[in-house]
Design a protein around this ligand. Structure first.
Ligand code: GLU
Length: 398
């Protein structure tokens, strides 16, 4: 009954963990969910009001498949204002989340055997989306010594005549590591020598950066490469709008048209009301973000300091996003009170869930083990409780 392509992929592990934690909670179990990558803050009121107004005004019909002109214009203005990227409305597409834009772009461009370079650790869906589009994911391991970032030398070594795309995600899901302007410039130098390689940039966590880290994106760093870059972003994380499902991108006109062609035969337009809400988000005030960032920064501090106090855990201090990606290399080989040996990060994550009711995601899902991902986009009380529980679980290992 099922198609062969299903056997190539797995269900999204981040969504699987979130669903499992929600089900356990609904069944009355004491679970702290640190799996889902979504802000616990509500969507700002002015954005909700715009959605209500859109409904009142009857903006409830089909729209252009790849988005209303008003939202495309808001995206054009955002790229110019915040990223110094110049584009026009016909270089912009709107999708049902950044996820759909990524998927459509891969479906629109990959032929069987085309390679996509994916620096690991990566967001769980990149390799599986490439496989669904009949491409070949080429993962390049990026170590903590390099702050989990792709170096120019590693990029150079991974490029072959079949390379179609390089995926870049900064700040990163799952590590929170971000590329500096200079690091992107070094990658751009390599890309200038390989004119057949395109770059798919996922900037979903752009506004969530800490300390003195300055966000930069490839099309801003290397405007000469802009025709080869698809810059993807969305309102989900920065504007606390995960459920509204609005993502967008700018790229070459022909690619933008091809993405719309795929969308026209699958989902049609993204939700019309959510599009109007996204117009209000992009054109509106950003002061709520600064407030949210104060909370996220305090939680980052709490989580990294508590984790680094645990013997056997080593946690990189991220530049952005709301994830940490600690190594559990120091715990591998230890024994749980039930007599099970922790052989992998999946064993560790299972142990945390079963012994302490803390739901996290195994590093194996993100392509670099032995690590695990914690989303700290949850209340400070829940995080404090979770850190106590993780400490108890680790101290109980022998
Ligand atoms: N991007 C979020 C995460 O990594 C949401 C879930 C998903 O689509 O993977 O947790």
């Amino acid at each position: 009954m099922l198609a062969d392509r299903l056997s190539k992929i797995k269900p999204s592990p981040t969504i699987a963990v979130s669903n499992m934690a929600a089900e356990m909670k609904a069944a009355g179990q004491d679970v702290i969910g640190l799996g889902a990558g979504e802000p616990d803050f509500d969507t700002p009121e002015h954005i909700k009001a715009a959605a209500q107004q859109a409904m009142q005004d009857g903006k409830t019909k089909y729209t252009a498949v790849d988005g209303i002109a008003e939202l495309k214009q808001a995206v054009v203005d955002k790229f110019q204002r915040e990223n110094n990227i110049t584009c026009t409305r016909d270089m912009v597409t709107i999708g049902t989340g950044g996820k759909q834009v990524l998927y459509n772009a891969l479906m629109a461009t990959l032929n069987p055997g085309d390679e996509v370079i994916i620096p690991a650790p990566y967001w769980v869906s990149y390799p599986d989306m490439v496989l669904l589009a009949e491409g070949t994911p080429v993962t390049v391991s990026c170590t903590e010594a390099d702050e989990f970032k792709l170096t120019a030398a590693a990029l150079e070594a991974a490029i072959t005549p079949k390379t179609k795309w390089l995926m870049l995600n900064s700040p990163s899901n799952p590590t929170g590591s971000g590329y500096s302007f200079a690091e992107l410039e070094a990658l751009a130098e390599v890309l200038r020598r390989h004119t057949h390689v395109h770059v798919m940039v996922d900037d979903m966590y752009e506004h969530l950066v800490y300390d003195s880290f300055e966000f930069a994106t490839m099309a801003q760093v290397a405007p000469d490469l802009q025709p080869r870059i698809l810059t993807i972003n969305g309102v989900s994380k920065s504007f606390c709008m995960t459920g509204w499902r609005i993502g967008y991108a700018t790229g070459d006109k022909a690619l933008i048209k091809a993405i719309a062609k795929i969308q026209s035969q699958s989902t049609s337009n993204p939700n019309s009301i959510a599009q109007w809400a996204a117009v209000a988000a992009l054109n509106g005030p950003l002061d709520f973000m600064a407030d949210n960032l104060v909370h996220f920064a305090a939680r980052r501090q709490l989580v990294t300091s508590r984790l680094n106090q645990i013997e056997g855990i080593n946690c990189f201090i991220p530049h952005g996003a709301f994830y940490v990606y600690p190594s559990v290399a120091g715990l591998i080989g230890r024994k749980t009170p039930d007599g099970n040996i922790i052989e992998t990060d999946s064993d560790f994550v299972t142990y945390l869930l079963e012994s302490q009711g803390v739901a996290t995601v195994q590093g194996t899902a993100f392509g670099l083990a032995p690590h695990f991902r914690i989303s700290y986009a949850t209340s400070t009380e829940a995080l404090e409780d979770a850190m106590d529980r993780i400490t108890t679980a680790c101290n109980a290992l022998s």
